[in-house]
Each structure stands twice: as structure tokens, then as C-alpha cells.
Design a protein around this ligand. Sequence first.
Ligand code: FAQ
Length: 342
Amino acid sequence: MYTQSFNVPDQSDGEPGILKAVPGARDKVDPALQDGFDAVIDADGKIEPRDWMPDAYRKTLVRQISQHAHSEIVGMLPEGNWISRAPSLKRKAILVAKVQDEGGHGLYLYSAAETLGTSRDQMLDALHSGKAKYSSIFNYPTLTWADVGVIGWLVDGAAIMNQIPLCRCSYGPYARAMIRVCKEESFHQRQGYEALLTMMQGTAEQKAMVQDAVNRWWWKCLAMFGPPDADSPNSVQGMRWGIKRISNDDLRQKFVDATVPQAEVLGVTLPDPDLKWNETRGHHDYGQIDWDEFWAVVNGDGPCNKERLATRVKAWNDGAWVREAALTHAARQQARAMKEAA
Ligand code: FAQ
């Protein structure tokens, strides 16, 4: 299982396959400011909101953190669909808590991105207009109750694998948000795995339902880690800045290696005829991911892209009266406080 204590080595050490830091492109700024920033990054320190930072570093963080925040709140939708259909009170209570946690993760992350000078309205506008990205994985449908278990086991499992190294990201507010997020994701992963273990002790029909869900989600989860390192335009600079600590391919490999024994305990087959242990590499080999499908989904052409976006926009519009009421209340409170102070 993954927990927040799951330990990952820092980059480099000359190990093949791990991206190395490269000298960063220097902005045209006061060299003393740039040198101060570089020194913090080189010493593996933290950059805080009031510190000077290069524009490109700020933009990269806003891009990644806002995409991450959008993923969390769009990610509430596929499982949210099952809250009213959970098979027992216990499963319903767990699912409500999980979906609520994902909303909370979105809030921590929007707050972290706001410290970089971008407003929440700007970020949400980008999401609602279809300009912003969010994780490809949430554009697939949840067809059966087993999908909810598989999302916990595999989607949250992949998310944790990607997010544990982000707890050591060089930007303080993002790193601190990720510590709490990872603790909660750990519970999400376990509840999913436990729900599947229960189903796998049930009827032949229930077992088949679990296997079918694994078959549909496995490859999509591998794609969650992003394009292969060779096709990942943001990786090298992200690693130089200590935002990304482990490359897309290395995280994907760690996820495969961690998941194979879990699948064995569960009694399901991972749908990849090429999946086998490679003694020489000390890792599992696995088959080809369909990158054409991945890019189609990322670019808006997945099975549920339109539905997900429409649901988010509707929720935003339906909530307008709540925002207006909160602002009016705050303004009245402020006016009252000023009157009392006068
Ligand atoms: N989907 O150069 P790279 C969760 C884009 S949270 C869509 O490799 P980078 C919790 C990428 O943005 C899941 N787009 O980019 C949960 C870039 O486009 P851009 C989200 C993707 O940033 C569980 C382009 O491809 N987690 O699941 C994807 O260095 C259950 C080139 O890629 C995070 O966001 C993708 N899968 O690495 C919630 C973690 N992959 O912006 C509910 C933080 C790549 O240049 C239920 N983010 N792209 O136009 C990261 O770690 C990184 O941003 C990566 C991508 C690893 C996602």
C-alpha cells in the first residue's frame, strides 16, 4: 500500500532513466535576485510567496497547481455519480467523505495557486471556458459500482505515487498542501482496495464486475503520469526548479511495480499480455500505452469531456446566489464593525 511515509529517492545519482537537472534559463533580471533564487533551489530550500522568483517559475507553478486543482474538483464527478447508488450505508458514508475530501483538495490547491498572484475567478474561467487542462482520467465513465473501488485503488494509487514527491516541491505552499492531500489520498486508496477485496470474496458476477472495471481503467491510469519523458516539454525545467522530483516514466514504472503484487492479492489480472518481471532491470516490463487516445482525451475528445465541463459550469452558475449572499453578508458585517469602531 502507499502511505505518506512511502519514500522516494531524490533525483539523479546517475541512475539511468532519471532526469538530471540542467542549468536554468536566466531571465533578464537583477542578477542578485536570480542568484538568490538559484541558491535556494540548489540548496533544496523553499521559495515562499513573498520571495522573488522568475516569471517562468511562477507561470509553471500556476499552470501545474491550477491544473491539479481542476483535476480534484472535476474528479469529484465520476464517483459523485455513485453516492446515491452505494450498496450500503457504510459504503455511502465512505464515498461521501472521499468525494468531499477531493473538493477540499481543490480548495487547498486553488489557495496555493492564489499565493502566486492569480485569482480563483481567473482559474475557474479558464476551466469553464475549456482552456485549462485537468487530468485525462476523469473523462471516462463510471459504469458499475466496481469502478468506484477501482478508482480508489488505481486512480488514487497513481495520484499518490505522483504526489508524494510533490510534498518536497520547491514552492512552499504547494509542498505543504500536498502533505495533507497525500494523507487523505492514502485513505482513499485503501477504501477502494478494501471495497474490491470484499467484492472478490463475493459471487462470480461480482468478481467479473471487478475484473471488467480493472480492464477498462488500467491503461488510462498508466497514462495519468503524462507523456513519455522524451515527449514531455515541461519535465526538464520542472526538475531543474525542484517542482518535479521524479520523471513521468519513472513514476509510471514505480506504479506498475507497486500494483502488480496488489493485483495478485486481489485475484485480478492486469490487462497487459506484455506485463512481466524483468530480472535484469529489476522492474516489470509493460506494453504500449495508446498515446493517440491520451492526446485526444486531453484535447477535449474523451467520452465524458463535454459532460464533465457542463456539470462544472452548471454547478458554478447554480452557486451564484451563495457567493452573492456571502459577499453581501461580509460587506454588512464590515460596515457594522466600522460603525461600532467609529
Ligand atoms: N491529463 O510536459 P508534461 C487525482 C499535459 S489528481 C491531462 O509532462 P508536466 C486525485 C501537461 O499538463 C490528478 N493533461 O507536463 C483524485 C502538459 O500540458 P501543458 C492530477 C496532462 O506538468 C483521485 C502536457 O500534457 N494530478 O487524481 C496529463 O511536467 C481520485 C505535457 O506534459 C496532478 O495534477 C494528464 N494525465 O507533467 C481526485 C499532479 N499529463 O500544461 C479525484 C500535479 C500531462 O504544457 C478522484 N501535476 N498532461 O499545456 C503533475 O505532477 C504534472 O503536471 C503532470 C504532467 C505529471 C501531470
